[in-house]
Design a protein around this ligand. Structure first.
Ligand SMILES: [Zn+2]
Length: 262
């Protein structure tokens, strides 16, 4: 297995490490860093990264990653898991989607070494984490007071990405056109296949969204051969609905709405 080097730390086959990637200091001169959990199996396999809170107020992914790295399922991991529960550490502290320079990290890729705070963060994350992975799952939520139905957004025109998206095992897959400056677009350029999981709303933990996210990521790892196949009886998977476009349903009248449809 090739040596893996992240922010100067070497992680060998069979090792599990929690490391810190140094980040731009706060204006109080306080040092900042992004915590990273790395687990390498003894046996070969692909490298998968998990990332959350690229938007600092999107909390579900933080809990999804915490549950995955503490789960028994990954004890027999083949290959490498790189988990970054909080990418935008500044936003998590401020309960904000944005960075202290008011930029959106997910519009700042690929970034640069000498640019704005957002540009430098994007550059470091892309080069220290994303570039070293074959696959990635990036966890997001809807905005404040706007809850997203659990869904995968990905480039479904790519056959391998479509297979990964189906392996996640949720009912809705949305083909998403790559937007300028997003992690997905830059990851695609580097050859890293990315799924984006969207579920729930900002600043809230949603148990349903969290469970579906944990399950989905584990299923993707099984699909990639990183984990043994489940011994549990396999339920018949539902064929997901593949959406080519999305839109908001607006109320035609004023008032309060109650959802009755499952
Ligand atoms: Zn987001």
């Amino acid at each position: 297995m090739e040596p893996l080097l992240i922010a100067g730390h070497e992680i060998k086959a069979g090792e599990t490490k929690r490391i810190e990637i140094p980040m731009v200091r706060l204006y109080t001169d306080t040092t900042m860093s992004i915590p990273v959990y790395v687990k390498r199996g003894k046996r070969n396999g692909p490298t998968l990264f998990l990332s959350a809170a690229i938007h600092g107020d999107e909390l579900n992914g933080i809990e999804i990653i915490n549950r995955i790295i503490n789960s028994k399922a990954i004890r027999t991991l083949k290959g490498t898991l790189i988990a970054v529960p909080m990418v935008n550490v500044y936003g998590v502290l401020n309960q904000s989607r944005y960075l202290p320079d008011r930029r959106d990290l997910n519009r700042s890729f690929p970034g640069s070494q000498r640019g704005s705070l957002a540009a430098r963060m994007a550059y470091t994350f892309l080069n220290e984490i994303v570039a070293k992975a074959d696959y990635g799952i990036d966890f997001h939520t809807g905005a404040i007071h706007r809850s997203n139905l659990p869904q995968i957004r990905a480039n479904l025109d790519d056959a391998e990405t479509l297979d990964l998206a189906k392996a996640f095992g949720i009912p809705v897959l949305l083909n998403a056109n790559l937007r300028d400056g997003s992690l997905r677009q830059c990851a695609a350029d580097l050859g890293t296949k990315i799924l984006l999981y969207e579920a729930g709303e900002a600043l809230r933990f949603d148990e349903l969204a969290i469970r579906a996210g944990v399950k989905g990521a584990i299923k993707v790892m099984r699909h990639l051969g990183m984990l043994n196949k489940s011994k549990a009886r396999v339920k018949k998977e539902i064929e997901p609905y593949i959406a080519r476009q999305s839109g908001w349903v607006r109320a035609s009248e004023s008032g309060l709405v109650m959802h009755h449809k499952q």
